[in-house]
Write a protein that binds this ligand. Structure first.
Ligand SMILES: [Zn+2]
Length: 343
């Protein structure tokens, strides 16, 4: 598929359509999605321009950094820095770049690996592009990221740093199986697990010597995963989690896309595995018992996950998608996740 500039319009239209679909099938007592400006004037207040970044050093030269609700990270390679995901905004990316400099000095940002194309993980790419890295993504995500770097997105601020810099980002390097970076001290493997999972184009970043895995959204730990992407595939996702449990991976520390760091890695992998199975079984049950989709809040309740991060925002969207899937109904899906929590 060739994607040119107007591509963002149908993508936006699609998500708008799915919101309209939600509105049409949402009963009066359920929550309403407000689009556009709020009805009430917002109280004038000072705009909060600070971005909270929580840094967790994992090993010498290896850091995880949580920006609001999304994990990013970086690795010192010796001849530069490899960054894993860039968060959801230009403002966040600037703060992340400052944080990297404060911890690792003025090394060149040589690579940016995007674990997948969702905007909560790529929203800072345009800022990082001004620092001159090579972007690395799964072959199935590269085109979308290239589009973001070249044209921006409907959510990118007009006239951002990249627009003013005159920098033209080079082609995104595509990974279909694996690629490796780093020297003997800190080798880094960027891997596709071989199946569509959270999206049709997921990558994980593995440091075998340090037994650290940056899993992107293939793993959410103590946080409800987003299962609504058009390319999401539950079977492939479960197989991907299985491969992370094989002896090929020794994972003492697992940095998920969302939630909390898992030590050992198996705990986070098991959490995601259980949620996928529980959600799919519940939706299949709802569909086969003839439960109505508009009563998803009743029959779709999964008490074990109630109260966890994104339960109220995401769980019932997942249930709708899985219910339709169980009935053989194809839905357009929604790409850009967690918009509800964006600030
Ligand atoms: Zn995410």
């Amino acid at each position: 598929m060739t994607r040119t500039r107007p591509r963002s319009v149908p993508a936006h239209a699609l998500s708008l359509l799915s919101l309209l679909f939600l509105a049409a099938t949402t009963p009066a007592y359920a929550e309403t999605y407000h689009m556009g400006l709020p009805n009430q004037p917002v109280k004038p207040s000072v705009v909060d321009t600070t971005v909270a970044i929580e840094v967790e050093p994992l090993a010498p030269g290896v850091y995880a950094a949580k920006m609001s609700y999304v994990w990013t990270g970086w690795v010192e390679l010796g001849d530069g820095i490899l960054v894993i995901d860039t968060g959801f905004s230009e403002r966040g990316a600037k703060a992340l770049a400052d944080t990297i400099r404060a911890r690792s000095g003025n090394l060149h940002i040589r690579y940016v690996v995007n674990t997948h194309a969702h905007l909560d993980h790529t929203g800072g790419d345009r800022f990082f592009a001004t620092l001159g890295p090579t972007f690395i993504a799964h072959a199935n995500a590269a085109e979308e990221i290239q589009h973001l770097l070249t044209w921006g997105s409907e959510e990118a601020e007009a006239g951002d740093t990249l627009t003013h810099s005159g920098v033209t980002p080079p082609p995104v390097k595509k990974v279909t199986k694996r690629t490796s970076f780093g020297g003997a001290k800190r080798p880094v493997q960027v891997l596709s697990l071989g199946y569509p999972a959270h999206t049709a184009g997921d990558l994980v970043v593995y440091l075998p010597k340090q037994a650290i895995l940056f899993a992107g959204d293939v793993v959410s730990n103590r946080s409800v995963p987003w299962m609504v992407d058009p390319g999401m595939d539950v079977d492939g996702w479960l197989k991907s989690l299985d491969s992370l449990l094989t002896p090929a991976f020794k994972i003492e520390t697992l940095v998920p896309g969302h939630g909390v760091i898992s030590r050992p890695g198996q705990a986070g992998i098991a959490f995601t595995n259980h949620y996928l199975l529980d959600a799919r079984a519940k939706a299949a049950q709802g569909a086969s018992w003839g439960s109505r989709l508009d009563q998803v809040k009743d029959w779709g309740y999964l008490g074990a996950y109630d109260g966890l991060e994104f339960y109220s925002e995401v769980h019932f969207l997942n249930m709708r998608r899985l219910y339709n899937q169980a009935k053989g109904i194809k839905t357009p899906g929604r790409k850009n996740t967690h918009a509800i929590k964006r600030t």
